[in-house]
Design a protein. Structure first.
Length: 317
């Protein structure tokens, strides 16, 4: 188990990404996936109020609704649910009024009394940060949220958030969720990890498998015939260096009896301050590989080799 920052939340060291629920996984498939994840030891589920408003016919909140229905159906013990605010079509931004209303709506969809971990999804510079910090603190004081966190914030803005919270005696964030993986490292390692170390924040990386590139599925920069944004996003990493990383992941994974994806997740888990990478699956048969990624332990030499090979930043080019 892994502890999230300075909280008392101890979780399985992999978070299941609920962005697929109501999008590439319908309700029944989502239930099967969650059953497999929880049955394999998983207890940390990540969502957001905006998932999956981008799908034609959806209005936002579909992921939370499916998770809430699964929780009500299965009554699982010790499951930690994280969700986020700022992107739901009806609750955009981080004004105090909006943060409160969005949290109440998420609680209703999830069917819970308290949100375990509540993220500010994206920074909203149109609202004074002090106002947002106070609103999050009030949610904790009033029992709607157990712990607060930030996602997609710069190191400087995280530092400001902590400063306002400390000055007000308000709840301090316990986690940060950045875009971080073997082929997108520099920004996080240069500016987020040092702040996380300073303030005891747990890092919960999203896009842990680089839009699927780190599964080994995409080995060509030619995305012709690939219509999905995910495939287009993965293809850009299939450079000579990127493919060298895939080859190394494959070799190391074979030695441990696990997949390329599992090995990529294991490398991420080995990084300073990382608590639990976020990864998702649209088919139940994919879940076992994710669970392997939370259990396989790479040697120091294997971690170092993957770090050496991935010492670049294609996602920032």
């Amino acid at each position: 188990m892994a502890r999230i920052g300075n909280s008392d939340l101890n979780v399985f060291p992999l978070s299941f990404g609920g962005n697929v629920f109501g999008w590439t996984a319908d309700r029944d498939t989502s239930f099967e996936i969650l059953d497999a994840f929880h049955g394999g030891g998983g207890d940390f589920i990540d969502s957001a109020d905006g998932y999956s408003s981008w799908v034609p016919g959806n209005s936002g909140g579909e992921s939370e609704t499916i998770i809430g229905e699964w929780l009500a159906s299965r009554h699982p013990e010790n499951v930690v649910v994280a969700t986020k605010v700022s992107q739901h079509p009806d609750f955009r931004g981080l004004s105090a009024k909006n943060v409160r209303a969005a949290a109440e709506a998420s609680l209703k969809r999830l069917g819970v009394d308290t949100i375990d971990l509540y993220y500010a999804h994206f920074d909203d510079e149109s609202v004074p940060l002090e106002e947002t910090v106070a609103a999050f603190g009030d949610l904790v004081t009033d029992g709607l949220v157990r712990y607060t966190a930030v996602s997609n914030y710069t190191g400087a803005r995280i530092r400001e958030w902590v400063g306002y919270a400390e000055a007000a005696g308000s709840a301090l964030p316990v986690a940060v969720q950045p875009h971080y993986n073997l082929v997108h490292r520099n920004e996080v390692e240069d500016s987020i990890v040092p702040v996380a170390e300073e303030f005891g924040l747990g890092v919960v990386p999203y896009s842990a498998l680089a839009s699927g590139f780190l599964t080994g599925k995409y080995r060509s920069t030619d995305a012709a015939g690939q219509s999905s944004p995910r495939a287009q996003g993965a293809a850009k990493y299939a450079t000579p260096q990127g493919l060298e990383i895939i080859d190394a992941l494959e070799g190391i994974g074979t030695a441990h009896g696990v997949s390329i994806a599992s090995t990529a997740l294991a490398w991420l888990r080995a990084q300073p301050t990382v608590v639990a990478p976020i990864a998702s699956a649209s088919r139940v048969e994919q879940v076992a590989g994710l669970l392997d990624g939370a259990r396989v332990e790479l040697s120091d030499a294997e971690v170092a080799e993957l770090t050496r090979l991935s010492d670049w930043a294609p996602g920032e080019a």
